[in-house]
Ligand binder design. Sequence first.
Ligand code: NAI
Length: 326
Amino acid sequence: MTKVAVLGAAGQIGSPLSLLLKMSPLVSELSLYDIVHAPGVAIDLNHIDTPSKVSGFLPDNDGLKKALTGAGIVVIPAGIARKPGMTRDDLFKINAGVIRGLVTSIASTCPNAFVLIITNPVNSTLPIAVETLKKHGVYNAAKVFGVTTLDVIRASTFVSQALNLHDPKGLKIPVVGGHSGATILPLFSQSKPAVTLTHEQRDAVTYRVQFGGDEIVQAKAGAGSATTCMAYAGFRFVNSILKATSGEIGIIEETYLYLPGILGGKEIAAELGVDYFAVPVELGRTGAVKAYPIGSLSGYEAKLLKVAVQELKGNVSKGVQFATAL
Ligand code: NAI
């Protein structure tokens, strides 16, 4: 049983994610922190008839410290989200500082917690989190991840839609790389079971996985980006960690992480030429226990990989520079 803290809990992702966490029997306590409304969201959730207790905190009266004390998992969807015309990178200016501030408090209050970064641009905000924890001497590579689960969910969903398959969950399609545009690399050639896509279908579905977030940003016309599906994706990832730390074996999720700290990761990073990359990761009681190579790629995927790595390098160094500048 684990205490989970959600930072940015009153937001469009934070609230439905907190609802899903309130439903989980593996969560003993839920603490919600936001610069606005968190106590109200907490009281609302506390009327649900599941055993976990929910508390809400604002910045005053040491609220962040109280929210983090004793947390085993901290999930962070705090910051600003995209509006039409914005890329994830446009969020950097504000969200970089938000992540650095929140992770600094994690370092001093619950340094052994899992830290899951949802806040965009994940390609850069995860390196900020990692460097901030390193700076405070509490970085544990097995426990700090950028959440890319939505890309994985989109890959199986969009292929299922393209091929008129009944249940997207029946497909396992690895999605590796980063979490924005061309850095997202769905590996349809490795789908289990295998799928046959025409070149047109492959191009269209790849584009949809890479830029699917834009469909939502445009449809919401200024009112937000992916939120409910992201809460679902975020919950899937947190739940995988909860299950793995409770002893369930064989749990593998793709996640964006600092590879050199994980068994098998150093070799993958050396081969790719970049230290941060989403790959399939085996989760165990102590966190990430093994990183798996991205496997054999089709010619089409190999071309996309080069583009992804190139763009990702810039995103990573932007985050590292920000975090190490002070
Ligand atoms: P939102 O604006 O609805 O919610 C963000 C919340 O963070 C707000 O309640 C705000 O008050 C709070 N906040 C801002 N600064 C804070 C601070 N310093 N401490 C605590 N809370 C703070 O935004 P939404 O839609 O929930 O998105 C949140 C983030 O998630 C965005 O950066 C968005 O781009 C990202 N996102 C990530 C995805 C992924 O796959 N990793 C998918 C979709 C969105």
